[in-house]
Design a protein around this ligand. Structure first.
Ligand SMILES: [Zn+2]
Length: 368
């Protein structure tokens, strides 16, 4: 479970070094967070340089007794592999690995460029000692990346449904409205912050944050909690709070959202403040073009399906990778991720390996 290595990186290290990769196990620390182990491996020294990225950490299994097969046994029943991480995303890392080893063997151990694996153990957790630092570490060593495939589970129903070419950003905050406490029977002697927080919330939610963009849905704000914490029926409270989260597209930055939300709140008047939580999740887009076409083509060849180019869903480590090279995400079917009985068909593992294998062929024959 995140961020414990659990033998996954050791297995990758052994397999990759055996195939001629130079492998680095890199450990990062941060005050207030657990140390995290990561792995970076590269074969070849030339460009172009294709990176496979992923995470070996997984979310907790929940109530293990509810699993049909133990969550950490990797049992296969009727062609279905069960286990935490089967789709998110140890399964896809296994496919990336199998494809790379097959490609290297088919080319006599030499490449027209470089292939690397950038694998973290800190994606499902706070994500401070993972990809963000591993990329910085690699860049400091002089590593330059040309394209990245991130193997997050992107398909809603069937392999070949969807590639992610971007992700929305995420920003959270707490709206705090101060008033004056007092007796409910004497409201003139008090200033009820509940009245005003309701008005401010309504104003903040009244209009869409934008109309969406070419590849994104409109940005959206949801209040997730409204808190007064008042246990007394006859006291007007002194303060009210409301937490919210915004998922935003490429029409917005964190700064533009703060300006917009604060302006809408200020228009209601009165004493309020917004505490914004730090966020490292900005929106990004890898514009459709030769790279996404190449990946789509490989998927269509294997699955017979033309994937949708999507920017839906939560954030991923692609938000860090995009600062180093264009990145697209394609992996397994995500229907069971983070659930009891997370599972993948072995047929999908075979087909995803074939997709990655074709991407390697296409990429090194004709780099986009
Ligand atoms: Zn994941």
């Amino acid at each position: 479970m995140t961020p414990v290595e659990g033998g996954a990186l050791a297995l990758l290290e052994g397999t990759l070094s055996g195939a001629g990769f130079s492998v680095h196990r890199v450990r990062f620390s941060e005050p207030g967070a657990q140390d995290v182990e990561n792995l970076y491996a590269r074969i070849g020294t030339a460009r172009p340089h294709l990176m496979f990225a992923g995470h070996t950490d997984v979310v907790p299994p929940g109530d293990e007794s509810r699993w049909r097969h133990p969550p950490f046994a990797g049992e296969i029943a009727d062609g279905v592999l069960f286990g935490r991480g089967a789709v998110d995303m140890k399964g896809a890392i296994a496919c990336e690995l199998a494809a790379a080893l097959d490609y290297i063997a088919a080319n006599g151990g030499t490449l027209n460029g470089s292939v690397s694996f950038l694998i973290t153990g800190d994606e499902e957790g706070v994500a401070v000692n993972g990809t963000v630092k591993l990329l910085r570490w690699a860049a400091a060593r002089g590593e330059k990346f040309d394209r990245c495939i991130l193997g997050e589970p992107t398909n809603p129903k069937q392999l070949g449904d969807m590639i992610k070419i971007g992700r929305r950003g995420s920003l959270s905050g707490t709206l705090i409205v101060s008033g004056m406490e007092g007796h409910v029977a004497y409201p003139a002697l008090a200033d009820n912050p509940v009245r005003r927080i309701v008005a401010i919330m309504a104003a903040v939610m009244a209009e869409p944050l934008d109309a969406g963009s070419a590849h994104f849905d409109p940005s959206n704000l949801e209040f997730t909690s409204v808190d007064v914490g008042n246990k007394t029926a006859n006291v007007i409270p002194a303060e009210a709070r409301a937490r919210f989260n915004i998922r935003f597209n490429d029409r917005h930055t964190q700064a533009s959202l703060k300006t917009l939300i604060e302006a809408r709140a200020r228009a209601q008047g009165g004493n309020f403040r917004i505490e914004w939580e730090p966020s490292n999740a900005d929106a990004f887009l890898t514009k459709p073009g030769p790279f996404a076409d190449m990946v789509s083509g490989a998927i269509a060849e294997v699955t017979g399906r033309q994937p949708e180019l999507s920017t839906s869903g939560g954030t991923s480590d692609a938000r860090f990778i995009k600062d180093y090279c264009p990145v697209v995400e394609f992996g397994l079917v995500n229907a069971t991720m983070h659930k009891i009985d997370e599972c993948v068909t072995t047929a999908d593992l075979v087909r995803l390996t074939a997709v990655y294998r074709r991407i390697l062929d296409r990429y090194f024959n004709n780099p986009p």
